[in-house]
Design a protein around this ligand. Structure first.
Ligand code: HEC
Ligand code: HEC
Ligand code: HEC
Length: 450
């Protein structure tokens, strides 16, 4: 299982936050510890709490049903993506997440009794997944999204455990993290949790339909969509809910109902298609979203995907509106248009409409006009590939243009596709392209006169 760099974002932001959180910790630790132990005492109650929100459509009658349901939910939570090293056994951990402060290694969550979760009680499993504390008081780093899994019901987490119990145990120790001091001090996470961790369970909103609530439950819990799509403050806490975020050379676009930068202009079915097949009539999922689609959302049933779409479209979002477009007679756009016709129109069509379910359109594609232009620039430099899924096994590929186009040419053609066919967006500069070219270690242009 390949881990994309962007998954490391959580770890990086969180570790940066540790320094400040640590200071806070010095002041508040003793006082807070008292209230924590009170919480630990309350913990077993989680097991007996009547679930306020029960998954509607799954049979609980036998173990097989429980395991099937657990397998489904493990996919919804995409546990496999982080808990599998590249080329490694599923769920055996060992994926190395590089951060400026060292390496965080994901854990073995197979049912091995020594090195995995085999000997854990259900209460210990719940506490690790939903509260970020593994047995023996091991405070987890939020590179494991327990702050979002806290919304998942106990019965769903225990179904995932029932499924994990059926995968082959791997008798191999977790490699230890290699973090520099003071980031290697796990109890510092007390400080982070105090600032950002809200252990409240999911609360259904009676003002909304069962479908909407199911969507909210999946997006905010197992789906951990906000890990990439929400802004982050300096300490790695979430801000600007699902309104878009730049991560490691990508932009995870706004996915609220905002009609311009969000999903408001797509139909509910367009969103379902995107999450289920990896493409729709406007766009295709690549990069870290391609991995989310191929590891996780393609396996969700149509009712759950529709619930997610209905919920996302109901969020008002950022309120961002279109800026004034760069006028077509702008000299940069004139140049960019020639580059577009010579290099891009054969696939994307001269009117920017692409080929449905294969080659993305630029018209009607909110990701193209997003404030963050990273996806546009990086796809032109490096090319890309959309997710391969059961329903769309031959994913489409775009060639790289780093060797062919200069920074100024990439900027010019980006400005064309972001400011034509009804699009309008901030100007991309050659400097922005140069910075991303260096960051992505893309090739320099080979010859200026091609
Ligand atoms: C975005 C990446 C990511 C995803 C998704 C993820 N995990 Fe984790 N998980 C981690 C990392 C990294 C650690 C180790 C953290 C540490 O060392 O503090 C971890 C630790 C754990 C632990 C503690 C293991 C131990 O021995 O301490 C459990 C249990 C766990 N994850 C279960 C799950 C389950 C179940 C899912 C799916 C519902 C899941 N994880 C999804 C990254 C992830
Ligand atoms: C690991 C980071 C990550 C996670 C987790 C993630 N996304 Fe994404 N998402 C992205 C990136 C990056 C893109 C842009 C991909 C592209 O342009 O090909 C994207 C694009 C999208 C788009 C297309 C938006 C557009 O305007 O083109 C939708 C819809 C979407 N994500 C929904 C979701 C949902 C729903 C979830 C949770 C179930 C989710 N994402 C979880 C990173 C992520
Ligand atoms: C051989 C066909 C082909 C050519 C030529 C081509 N593209 Fe693409 N393009 C694709 C395919 C297929 C994808 C989907 C893959 C992906 O998003 O990673 C794509 C994706 C993109 C995306 C991302 C769309 C999204 O929804 O996130 C951008 C931006 C883009 N192309 C711009 C260009 C520009 C600019 C040129 C000319 C310099 C160009 N393409 C030339 C086939 C092509």
């Amino acid at each position: 299982m390949k881990l994309h760099k962007t998954r490391l974002r959580a770890g990086i932001a969180v570790l940066a936050g540790l320094v400040l959180a640590g200071l806070l910790l010095l002041v508040g630790l003793l006082l807070w510890r008292a209230s924590q132990s009170a919480q630990a005492v309350r913990e077993p109650a989680l097991l007996t709490r009547t679930e306020s929100y029960v998954v509607p459509h799954i049979d609980h009658s036998s173990d097989t049903a429980l395991i099937t349901r657990g397998a489904y939910l493990a996919r919804a939570g995409d546990c496999i993506a982080c808990h599998t090293a590249s080329g490694g056994t599923p769920f055996a951990g060992g994926l190395r997440m590089h951060t400026p402060f060292g390496v965080i290694v994901s854990s073995n969550i197979t049912p091995d009794k020594t090195y995995g979760i085999g000997a854990w009680s259900d209460a210990e499993f719940l506490r690790a997944v939903k509260h970020g504390v593994a047995p023996h008081g091991k405070w987890l780093y939020p590179a494991m999204p327990y702050n979002l899994y806290a919304r998942v019901t106990d019965s769903d987490v225990l179904a995932i455990r029932a499924y994990l119990n059926t995968v082959p145990p791997v008798h191999a120790a977790n490699a230890s993290n290699q973090l520099t001091f003071p980031f290697n001090i796990r109890p510092l996470m007390l400080g982070w949790n105090l600032l950002f961790f809200n252990p409240a369970p999911f609360q259904p909103d009676p003002q909304h339909s069962v479908e909407w609530n199911r969507g909210a439950y999946l997006v905010d819990g197992l789906g951990h969509c906000s890990a990439c799509h929400s802004g982050k403050n300096l300490l790695g806490g979430d801000t600007d809910y699902l309104q878009g975020y730049d991560l490691e050379g990508w932009h995870a676009p706004e996915i609220t109902g905002n009609p311009y930068t969000g999903l408001g202009s797509w139909s509910t079915q367009d969103i379902v298609d995107y999450l289920q097949t990896g493409t729709n009539r406007y766009s295709g999922a690549s990069g870290s979203m391609g991995e989310v689609v191929s590891d996780s959302t393609q396996y969700l049933d149509a009712a759950d995907l529709k619930a997610i779409a209905v919920y996302l479209q109901s969020i008002p979002g950022s309120g961002k509106t279109a800026p004034a477009p760069i006028p077509a007679e702008d000299p940069e756009l004139t140049l960019g248009h020639q580059i577009f016709l010579a290099n891009c129109a054969a696939c994307h069509q001269s009117d920017g409409t692409g080929v449905e379910h294969m080659i993305p359109a630029f018209a009607g594609n909110p990701g193209i006009r997003a404030e963050g232009a990273n996806n546009v620039i990086r796809t032109i430099l490096l090319g890309g590939r959309t997710a391969a899924t059961q329903l769309n096994p031959t994913s489409a590929e775009m060639p790289a243009f780093d060797w062919k186009l200069s920074d100024a040419q990439v900027a010019a053609v980006s400005n064309v596709i972001r400011n034509s066919w009804g699009n309008a967006a901030q100007r991309v500069t050659a400097q922005q392209v140069a910075t991303l070219r260096a960051e992505l270690k893309a090739q320099p242009q080979i010859s200026a006169d091609r």
